[in-house]
Design a protein around this ligand. Structure first.
Ligand SMILES: Nc1ncnc2c1ncn2[C@@H]1O[C@H](COP(=O)(O)OP(=O)(O)O)[C@@H](O)[C@H]1O
Ligand SMILES: CC(=O)OP(=O)(O)O
Ligand SMILES: [Mg+2]
Length: 397
């Protein structure tokens, strides 16, 4: 009986199937462009598939996946869902029940691009695989180790108990996974490992890791804060919002702009870093500026987190941009040699993004690693731990 992981995004569902014991991947794939005429389902592994499919919504997409698994006689024992916002309540991966669903619902407004769809995914999976245990793995859980001085904003104290206003942090499954892999690579016990992890995808965040634990991270109450992203601004003077509210923009218009038309897209019209780089190379000034703003922000966070941590064993690049753009990596590290961060240009260019690769100069003080992230593996790992614990509890009951 396999473990199925699901990562439901706004227009896609990524899935993977693992065999429990060794956490070996039997298959993985993605249903993309849901709700458009360009829909597609791709599966790699045991049952290869690449089909054009027109699916109206997530319901149809998951129903299609369930039908395929049925055809292949695959019965998932458990379905693990990536849930982006778990608020303060979830410190670890949990089995879904009504109370868990209600708690995820209360945080939906704080992650409007993610939580409503994550929740829909869980509800649909309950109908499609009624025999399976549903499990929720949270992006926020890894950051529940932030100390108070990291998670408090300097605002009226009552906003925290009254409105839940604090830093939560996201991409925790990814930061946890790449930290584990980097520590293994360098032969360091995780509990003694210090690192800065840079998850640079369409959403982007930095994480300061001390002794294997997250002690600071760039995303905040919502996944809008910190680094520049595909369509989100990252750090912004809160006065900007007040200024625009006073000038008549509604909260809904600001929400839309900050989630969907800011970041790289706002600066140059392209949300996808490949397009930004291409336009910049062709002389587009807006794209050049977008690239410069993006890399400068990453560099500022590297400096800030080095200052917090004092010493690091590794700087880690991961996610779409971090894994696949040597140019962005080099720009983010320009001038940081004095801080012990020296790239090896050839290793940097040669890293293929699909395998773990050291890219620092052989004599550099600090390791710089490209580590392909694997949120699905992290979810499956957490599911297995949870299911084993439950079985042990039953055996002892
Ligand atoms: N070869 C590449 N060069 C630069 N950026 C890339 C490359 N491949 C992918 N990316 C970028 O990675 C980002 C998507 O990252 P990803 O981690 O897949 O995001 P998500 O899972 O949040 O959709 C996009 O901005 C995309 O342009
Ligand atoms: C939290 C977040 O921004 O996730 P993603 O990068 O998948 O959009
Ligand atoms: Mg992502």
């Amino acid at each position: 009986m396999s473990l199925l992981t699901l990562n439901c995004g706004s227009s896609s569902v990524k899935f993977a199937l693992f065999e429990p014991a060794a956490l070996e991947r039997r298959l993985e794939g993605e249903i993309e462009a849901i709700g458009t005429a360009e829909g597609r389902i791709q599966v790699l592994g045991e049952h290869r598939l690449d089909q054009h499919v027109q699916l109206a919504d997530h319901h149809q997409a998951l129903a299609r996946l369930a039908a395929l698994l049925g055809q292949w006689r695959i019965v998932p024992r458990a379905v693990g869902h990536r849930v982006v916002h778990g608020g303060e309540r979830f410190h670890e991966t949990v089995v879904v029940d009504d109370a868990v669903l209600a708690a995820i619902e209360t945080t939906a407004a704080l992650a409007p691009l993610h939580n409503p769809i994550n929740l829909e995914g869980i509800r649909l999976a309950q109908q499609l695989w009624p025999q399976a245990v549903q499990i929720a793995a949270f992006d926020t859980a890894f950051h529940q180790t932030l100390p108070p001085e990291a998670f408090h904003y300097a605002v009226p104290k009552v906003w925290y108990p009254a409105h839940g206003v604090r830093r939560y942090g996201f991409h925790g499954l990814s930061h946890a996974y790449v930290t584990r892999r980097a520590a293994e690579q360098l032969g360091k016990p995780p509990a003694e490992f210090n690192a800065i992890s840079l998850h640079l995808g369409s959403g982007a965040s930095a994480c300061a890791i001390e002794n294997g634990k997250s002690i600071d991270t760039s995303m905040g109450l919502t996944p809008l804060e910190g680094l520049v992203m595909g369509t989100r601004p990252g750090d912004l003077d809160p006065g900007v919002l007040l200024h625009l509210l006073r000038r008549g923009l509604t909260a809904a218009a600001l929400d839309e702009a900050l989630n969907r038309t800011s970041g790289l897209k706002g600066l140059c019209g392209h949300a996808d870093m490949r397009e930004v780089r291409q336009a910049a190379a062709g002389g587009d000034e807006d794209a050049r500026l977008a690239l410069a703003v993006f890399c400068r922000r990453v560099k500022k966070y590297i400096g800030a987190y080095l200052a917090l941590l004092g010493r690091i064993d590794a700087l880690i690049f991961t996610a779409g941009i971090g894994q696949h753009s040597p140019e962005v990596r080099a720009r983010c590290l320009e001038g940081l040699e004095g801080l012990g961060l020296t790239l090896d240009p050839q290793r940097n260019r040669q890293a293929d993004g699909h395998t773990l690769a050291p890219i620092h100069h052989p004599e550099a003080k600090t390791a710089i690693l490209v580590v392909p992230t694997d949120e699905a593996w992290q979810i499956a790992h957490d599911m297995q731990t949870l299911l084993n614990l439950r079985e042990n509890d039953h055996d002892h009951a």
